[in-house]
Design a protein around this ligand. Structure first.
Ligand code: ADP
Length: 249
């Protein structure tokens, strides 16, 4: 059967924290191949949603389906193996290893290879070659030998994307990929996300409206735990409820 156009779907997703409802019956639908943005004022429930999708948190109720399969009760590692991978926070990267070594470690994680397997010289060469190719694909080849902690801030997200790509996810979740960046770096990350989206689906939390309007095919606006609006940028940005939610925040 042809792959369904919906890659991810939540039904009545709810997360309560001691009686406080942070996510309140969210029906999120992500189309295969899209760059999809989750936006909304602070406290809207975006991070909680992401944590539910990757099972960092367990939903209070509701279901999550990925490629038609109910993954609501699957453990995080299994969800990652199925193809839903969240960009590693830069803190998860080893700061005192080189940029290349960090990507190689991510590749090894994907392969699940034992120390004995990867320490053979030939395998190590192969992995280094693959890691270098990944660095080239995100425009970081010239940083390969640099100790990661010394990389400029604006390029660290590209490394995060490279380590995530090493796991070859079908659905990539990005947490505010342009946060704290200057214009030039924002432009570069936008281009990179666009490129990476050619053969996968991307769901991201993003505050920068330039990014949202520039590269996102679909947008879901959350406010106080519920979906306020959805559609393309023209549609949601013209929605009075959305304007009000942002003005009031
Ligand atoms: P956003 O990412 O859109 O800013 P969050 O998902 O971080 O929003 O938070 C949504 C709401 O849930 C906020 O009011 C926040 O204070 C609350 N919240 C988030 N995590 C917890 C928690 N672990 N315990 C209690 N309340 C939480």
């Amino acid at each position: 059967a042809p792959a369904s156009t919906t890659i991810l779907e939540t039904t009545n997703l709810v997360k309560e924290f001691r009686g406080f409802v942070a996510v309140n019956g969210v029906n999120l639908k992500v189309r295969r191949g899209d760059i999809h943005a989750l936006i909304g004022p602070n406290g809207a429930g975006k991070t909680t949603c992401f944590n539910l999708l990757t099972k960092f948190l367990t939903p209070s109720s509701g279901t999550i389906r990925f490629n038609g399969q109910d993954i609501t009760h699957e453990p995080p590692q299994k969800i990652a193996r199925m193809g839903v991978v969240r960009s590693f926070q830069i803190s998860a990267v080893f700061p005192h290893l080189t940029v290349l070594e960090n990507v190689r470690i991510a590749l090894q994680r994907k392969l699940g290879t034992s120390f004995h397997f990867w320490k053979s010289e030939r395998t190590l060469d192969q992995l280094n070659g693959q890691a270098m190719a990944l660095l080239e694909s995100v425009g970081l080849e010239r940083y390969a030998a640099m100790v990661t902690v010394e990389m400029p801030y604006g390029r660290k997200r590209a490394l995060e994307i490279a380590t995530t790509l090493a796991l070859d996810p079908e659905l990539m979740l990005l947490d505010e990929p342009t946060q704290g960046m200057g214009h030039e770096d924002v432009d570069r990350v936008m281009e990179l996300i666009k490129k990476v989206s050619a053969n996968r689906t991307i769901l991201m939390v993003e505050h920068n409206m330039k990014v949202v309007s520039g590269i996102c095919d679909a947008i879901t606006v959350l406010a106080r735990g519920s979906i306020l609006a959805e559609g393309d940028y023209a549609r949601v940005s013209g929605d009075p409820a959305v304007i009000e939610a942002y003005m009031g925040s």
